[in-house]
Design a protein around this ligand. Structure first.
Ligand code: NAP
Length: 490
């Protein structure tokens, strides 16, 4: 990609707020800069929505709700499918834009376009399959008609780490179900959402059905929106502490909520594992998205008998990883999102080392422009180290060792999070025991990447509430009503 390609792309990205079908400036006229984390350069200046703009966006969503709910499912489906097609046609633009504003390598950004756009195609297919049922009550005296209805206007808050997929995973099912939407993208990565919104417009989405309000005042904009009795649903993807705060706010109006929160994924390698597969899986589960994924393997829990070999082979793979700006050929690990992310990873590494962890590779920030952290492997991490309790969100492997299956399960479940676990074993019965014993909403059995639009993504414990994707995903945006009628034979 040349600098000219980058400039040409950025020149075509809308930078206003999208409210009621109009791209406009923020009420106070404020704007903010979006930066390239690999250089610190300014990519674009984006309108900075005020709380007043947040309410204007909700006004637009409320005004569009009835007509959108009454729009034929086939029409809603075709708009989503059309947007999916435009995303395929513009996949290079979407990928480059994500790499520029978020830093992930271009090949991974291209992978996110495939994954993220698929939520539009999948839910285009689901939009026309919303069904109910008709039943005879046990007494025979009545008939129940069960029907599904759009929840109503929704408010979405998305994070910066998957700027496309975290938005489409919510927008796709909401639009398919007949809900209108206000999206507040992360301040660090609003451009991908703005381009996605313009793609949906191009696909024929009516004005007001999707509204986008980037802001530097997430809390101030969100509070009045959540207090507004016209809002029906909050869907949030982000950290557990912010999610808890939002759940408390949402309780006031008893809002429907979906919460996709933080993780602390265990990656279990048993002594009967195929180590080739385990190392390949470990590279994907740890280094995909520079380690900045809720699904990232956070704790490698490895049987003592294979731990040395696994650690040596993994370290050799990590050593070969190319670090650099995501647009450069062959780069596998880009910069972290900002300086705070580098400090956080480094603090966790230092704490682990202070408590006795052995540094097999890396162990510190990379000098120079950009916010890079050296790919790092820590072995024999001691119990009690912060790194075992905290989401690392960086390219750091931390290995602990276990003696038997019961200990592995105890270690894996020793966290308040429950998003995903990874298990490598060739013993089918053991794999099945792990499905039943590991307290996570998702599991990768002999694979290092689990995400797929057809699967119900989500966590248990403090990793969240609700599911995105799969057959389940659209039900987050539908409410069930039953109607009792007398028996027609009474
Ligand atoms: P974050 O700090 O919680 O921010 C997420 C979003 O919440 C951003 O849009 C942010 O806005 C907004 N926000 C922050 N404070 C807010 C407030 N008081 N009121 C309303 N909105 C507020 O998380 P992050 O650092 O961006 O993302 C990383 C986290 O997301 C990790 O914990 C990761 O595990 C989690 N995550 C979970 C999933 C999942 O599916 N379970 C997927 C991806 C990421 P600004 O950025 O504009 O401040």
């Amino acid at each position: 990609m040349s600098v000219d390609d980058e400039k040409a792309l950025l020149a075509g990205i809308p930078t206003g707020l999208l409210i009621g079908g109009e791209w406009r400036d923020a009420a106070g006229g404020k704007r903010f800069d979006v930066l390239d984390p690999s250089t610190g350069d300014v990519l674009a200046s984006v309108a900075d929505a005020s709380p007043e703009d947040g309410i204007a966006a909700l006004d637009a969503a409320v005004a569009a709700q009835d007509e959108w709910a009454a729009t034929a499912p086939r029409k809603r489906s075709e708009i989503l499918r059309g947007a999916w097609q435009i995303m395929q046609d513009r996949k290079d633009d979407l990928a480059l834009l994500m790499t520029l504003e978020m830093g992930k390598p271009l090949a991974e950004a291209a992978g996110e376009v495939v994954y993220g756009s698929e939520f539009f195609r999948w839910f285009a297919e689901e939009a026309v399959r919303i069904t109910g049922r008709y039943g005879v009550n046990p007494e025979g005296s009545g008939r129940t008609i069960v029907s599904q209805h759009p929840v109503g206007p929704c408010y979405f808050i998305t994070p910066w780490n998957f700027p496309l997929a975290m938005a489409t995973r919510k927008i796709g099912p909401a639009l398919a179900a007949g809900c209108t939407v206000v999206v507040k993208p992360a301040e660090l990565t609003p451009l991908t959402t703005l381009l996605t919104a313009s793609i949906l417009e191009e696909a024929g989405l009516p004005a007001g059905v999707l509204n986008v309000v980037p802001t530097t005042s997430a809390g101030a904009l969100t509070e009045p929106v959540l207090k507004d009795p016209r809002l029906r649903k909050l869907s949030f993807t982000g950290s557990t502490p912010v999610g808890k705060r939002l759940l408390a706010q949402a309780a006031e109006n008893v809002l429907r909520t979906s919460m996709e929160l933080g993780g602390n994924a265990p990656f279990l390698v048993f002594d009967d594992a195929d180590l080739d597969a385990a190392v390949t899986g470990a590279m994907l589960a740890k280094f995909r998205n520079v380690g900045e994924a809720c699904t990232a393997a956070n704790r490698f829990i490895v049987h003592e008998a294979v731990a040395d070999e696994f650690a040596e082979r993994l370290t050799a793979e990590v050593e070969a990883v190319k670090v650099g700006r995501g647009t450069e050929e062959g780069v596998q690990v880009g910069p972290l999102i900002n300086a705070a992310a580098v400090s956080k990873a480094d603090d966790l590494v230092r704490d682990a080392v202070d408590r006795g962890a052995e540094v097999r590779l890396g162990g510190g920030p990379v000098d120079g422009p950009g916010t890079f952290y050296a790919p790092t492997v820590l072995d024999r991490v001691s119990a009690g180290s912060d790194i075992l309790r905290t989401e690392i969100f960086g390219p750091v492997v931390s290995i602990v060792r276990f003696q038997d299956e019961a200990e592995a399960v105890r270690l894996a479940n020793d966290t308040e999070y429950g998003l995903v676990s990874y298990v490598f074993t060739q013993d089918l019965a053991r794999g099945q025991r792990m499905i039943e014993r590991l307290q996570t909403g998702m599991m990768g059995l002999n694979v290092g990447v689990i995400s797929n639009a057809s699967a119900p993504f989500g966590g248990v414990k403090q990793s969240g509430v609700g599911r995105e994707g799969g057959f389940e995903g659209i039900h987050e945006y539908l409410s069930t009503k039953y109607t009792m009628t007398p028996s027609p034979f009474a």
